[in-house]
Ligand binder design. Structure first.
Ligand SMILES: Nc1ncnc2c1ncn2[C@@H]1O[C@H](COP(=O)(O)OP(=O)(O)O)[C@@H](O)[C@H]1O
Ligand SMILES: [Mg+2]
Length: 535
């Protein structure tokens, strides 16, 4: 573990041992609760004067009061790296800090990297100045030229570093200055499905459903903001104090959300939902246990029967992926219109018209909401309408479309159970502001929706179809009647691996079972043999 030892007048005054917990930090100041207490009135340190944070291979010292007194080897900054042994002083309180030996070795690389970056940034700002805009390619050429030149000159900061390290530093500096910096390798890593930047120091990733903290970090809060700007500006969005929330997309289609202070007081926050390169097909989903072969075949045949299907689930439960997999079953001879907030679906059919909603511009104009697209799609002679997600009044238009001849349509809804899906659809329809009575809305819903496919992210990070449910109609009291056809029965959790145990079971017979044979849609209906109508 990378410990930090503090010395004063050659005597060790403290040893800080990080436990490896994310976000861990230590304080130096006059308050008794600090990890290093400096109560001597001569220095007049604040309660919490310095924050000492382990940052992978080195440590960071950060001055918290903004008094500008933090200094190391004649260099003043609000935040300074500690690699190897360095002399530090704050408000005249002088001490030495030393991190572990392994850290000192790697620390030199980090210092060289910082040095190179700052030099290049300085040079670039001198060359380019303020107003002049320079094309990206030109910018990159200048940076690369400057780095090559600097490395060739071999200044003391880079002396003795192996060729390989220099090449890495050069590439990292280009990434930091012109691309997405520490995010680049995470974006390139296909095993990562989500990237979550909590603040400039902490970047979490999701791999196979599990969250882990990475070793990567931005240089400082401004670096993070610059990277966010680099993402949003090319696609005509902007982020600043007056519009601190922004949705954007990376060139590869990954979805980005950024929020900056004052909304997030701890610094800018960035979330990237990676655009999975691998396509989820039903076969793929079967192979990873998200559903079974009979379930997949049943859903597929129901699509062919032109059943209206709603995929429901929580955020990140795999709704969009499953919708995509289900949509792949639509026959090639049909005209498909897809409508999304942000392009995610990847249909493979030839005849697909894609539409994407647009938020308002900075002046609050030009918004094209999903709802307008659904209404418009009806005039485009669609055979199937696929709406990425219903999250507002468009639900009503969608249901009306399903009820008026555009059957076989598909969408997703944010809900935690099939019953909740119906309730959620009611709420969304009310958002359309058409002043319809609830009973009329409910009647629309149960007549439009044939099947609800429920997804969930389980405690072990896996995504499963937890229910396939038929919507039958309304009962005497006007309540929706639902029938589960398949459910996932969880039997427990493996005490060692924490993996969820359980199985998918057939629990009910669809009312339209006879239609498959009638309409010549191949389906082995034997799986429903002996299954009662109601579970
Ligand atoms: N069945 C699955 N098994 C494992 N990972 C999945 C599965 N379905 C989706 N994922 C992954 O989970 C994340 C969220 O999926 P997504 O379909 O976008 O969810 P939602 O639309 O519900 O928010 C994506 O990174 C995706 O690659
Ligand atoms: Mg989604």
């Amino acid at each position: 573990m990378n410990t930090l030892a503090l010395y004063r007048d050659g005597k060790r005054i403290a040893t800080l041992k990080p436990s490896g917990k994310p976000g861990e930090c230590f304080y130096l100041g006059s308050a008794p609760a600090c990890d290093v207490v400096v109560a001597d009135a001569a220095f007049g340190l604040a309660d919490r004067q310095l924050r000492l944070t382990p940052g992978g291979s080195l440590w960071w010292a950060e001055e918290l009061t903004g008094d500008g007194s933090l200094e190391s080897d004649g260099r003043r900054a609000a935040r300074l790296p500690i690699a190897g042994r360095v002399a530090l002083s704050v408000r005249g309180f002088a001490f030495e800090a030393e991190c572990g030996t392994a850290a000192a070795r790697v620390g030199r690389r980090d210092l060289a990297r910082d040095w190179l970056y700052e030099r290049a940034l300085f040079r670039l700002s001198q060359e380019i100045g303020g107003a002049e805009t320079v094309a990206d390619a030109e910018l990159e050429r200048r940076v690369v030229d400057f780095l090559d030149e600097t490395i060739r000159e071999c200044p003391p900061q880079l002396a003795d570093l192996p060729e390989q390290t220099l090449a890495e530093l050069r590439a990292e500096t280009v990434e930091d200055m012109l691309r997405l910096g520490p995010l680049e390798p995470l974006i390139a890593d296909d095993s990562i499905t989500e990237i979550m930047v909590i603040d400039y120091r902490r970047i979490y990733v999701e791999r196979a459903g599990k969250l882990t903290l990475t070793e990567r970090h931005f240089r400082d809060p401004e670096h993070l903001i610059r990277v966010i700007e680099r993402i949003v500006t090319p696609i005509g969005r902007r982020i600043d104090e007056s519009s601190p929330l922004v949705d954007a997309r990376l060139a590869d289609g990954s979805r980005v959300n950024a929020v900056i202070p004052p909304i997030t007081p701890d610094g800018a926050c960035l979330t990237i939902r990676k655009f999975g390169k691998s396509l989820f097909t039903l076969d793929k989903l079967i192979s990873i246990g998200s559903l079974t072969l009979p379930m997949a075949r049943f859903i597929e045949a129901s699509v062919t029967l032109r059943k209206n299907i709603v995929v429901s689930g929580g955020t990140g439960s795999g709704k969009t992926s499953l919708l995509n997999a289900i949509s792949l079953c639509i026959g090639g001879g049909e005209r498909i219109v897809t409508i999304e907030d942000s392009l995610e679906l990847k249909l493979q059919q030839d005849h697909v018209v894609r539409m994407e909603a647009r938020p308002a511009n900075a002046e609050g104009k030009g918004a094209v909401p999903i709802r307008a697209l659904v209404a418009n799609s009806l005039r485009m002679r669609p055979d199937r309408i696929v709406v990425g997600e219903c999250r507002g009044g468009e639900a009503l238009d969608m249901l009306q479309a399903m009820n008026t001849g555009h059957d076989g349509s598909l969408t997703t809804v944010h809900a935690n159970s099939p019953r909740d899906t119906v309730a959620r659809l009611e709420t969304l329809c009310l958002m359309a502001g058409m002043d319809l009575p609830l009973s009329a809305i409910r009647a629309q819903i149960v007549s439009a929706v044939d099947l609800i496919v429920q997804t969930a992210r389980l405690s072990d990070g896996s995504r499963k179809v937890t229910a396939v449910t038929e919507v039958l109609g309304l009962d005497d009291r006007g309540q929706p009647r639902l029938r589960d056809l398949f459910v996932f029965r969880q039997s427990g959790v493996d005490p060692k691996t924490r993996k969820v145990l359980g199985e998918h079971v057939v629990v009910g017979r669809p009312t339209f079972l006879g239609d498959f044979a009638l309409r010549g849609v191949p389906l082995d209906t034997a799986i429903f043999d002996g299954v009662p109508d109601e579970p």
